[in-house]
Write a protein that binds this ligand. Sequence first.
Ligand SMILES: NC(=O)c1ccc[n+]([C@@H]2O[C@H](COP(=O)([O-])OP(=O)(O)OC[C@H]3O[C@@H](n4cnc5c(N)ncnc54)[C@H](O)[C@@H]3O)[C@@H](O)[C@H]2O)c1
Length: 428
Amino acid sequence: MNISVVGLGYVGLPLSLQFARSCVTVLGLDVDAKKVRLLNEGQSYINHIEPSTIAELVTSGKFSASTDFAGIKGVEAVIICVPTPLTKNREPDISFVLDTGRAIAPHLTKGTLVVLESTTYPGTTDTDLRMVLEEGSGLRAGIDFHLAFSPEREDPVNQQSKVKLIPKVMGGYTPACLDRAMALYGKAIDTLVPVSSCCVAEATKLLENIFRSVNIALVNELKVVYGAMGIDIWEVIEAAKTKPFGYMPFYPGPGLGGHCIPIDPFYLTWKAREYGQHTRFIELAGEINTRMPEHVVHQVGEALNFHQKAINGSKILIIGLAYKPNVDDERESPSYVLMELLSQRGATVEYFDPYVPVIKPTREHGHFAGQKSVDWNVGIIASFDLVLIATNHACIDYQQLADWACCIVDTRNAMTAVRVSAGRVWKA
Ligand SMILES: NC(=O)c1ccc[n+]([C@@H]2O[C@H](COP(=O)([O-])OP(=O)(O)OC[C@H]3O[C@@H](n4cnc5c(N)ncnc54)[C@H](O)[C@@H]3O)[C@@H](O)[C@H]2O)c1
């Protein structure tokens, strides 16, 4: 069987490799010619994906990459995994999905299955994508070609969380579309969860991400409230999670990051307005989570003040640019917001992150592009007035940090098991 996966990023590449391992021949398509070249050379641009895995599948002919959408003519199914960000005004930007639809449509043939995986609001597959595909191909969804939605549940770096093992929710435009999609994914994924429509599958993914956003906001709020009472939220969570039922731990932090949790809930907020509905939980959670960097900066000010220093004129080192531990993904990372806020207040800000040696150009924080991670040695670390732990990568030696740094603000409870003298670590 031949399929094509469009969008070879954090979602599309592991999915392509999983299909290729399952004896499906995969043509990966991307608009980024550099990614395509690297993949065909058997190289990886995602830290947790081994180049050897790619090289092996390229050599065996099970996987190849291209920028030429004409290759779609020869495949039985096309899976779309392109970005779904927010616009500057925080509204859904499904232009990548629609552009992909327009690029695919002229090459669609009768009987092809098209599956959207990008996270989006209910109705995108059945209405927006379907219309673009039908207009560009002259074919009818559900009659001439099949159409389905199946959300991705990627959890990078989690060794227990292989693409094959994560149950996959699937919805079809028609029951026959669902059957086709189930038959394809059944080749590569152990557990499939069929639902009654594409809209239900789209709504399921949003529920999962909204659930995280709201629960993280709750512990972020409790962190501030308990902090004012002199109670450590981390100790409270450790105790609460001993309850064997009805509780699931979520952890506070310096703010939300990544391509999903800070963005996806607002896809629903936008769509809900069309139905005269308000998403108060989502907006409140967004407000609390967005304010976290300000709270952290306040704590940085308090810590420096204790040492008779001010943010203005201080040298501050941020540990961890990636938005979560042990990954190289720094999209929407709150570390950038912390860097902005501290720089605006007159601090000189540098960062250490072994996963992000150089800052790539970003849309919102372009002026940091080219800045390099500092070296890890006592001379460098001790030269900072304050070290702010934004991400707790496991590869960092926190005991060394305790020995070298004069003042540490910890947003991740990374210093909890480390010997350190009193007054040196502040939680935020
Ligand atoms: N990263 C995650 O952990 C994760 C988890 C679940 C769901 N998702 C969702 O999956 C989707 C993809 O996310 P991602 O993290 O893989 O994004 P990504 O930015 O890592 O990858 C997207 C890829 O699509 C390519 N692309 C963009 N426009 C294209 C076009 N018109 N044609 C072909 N290729 C195009 C880009 O060059 C890039 O390689 C998003 O909707 C996201 O919300 C992501």
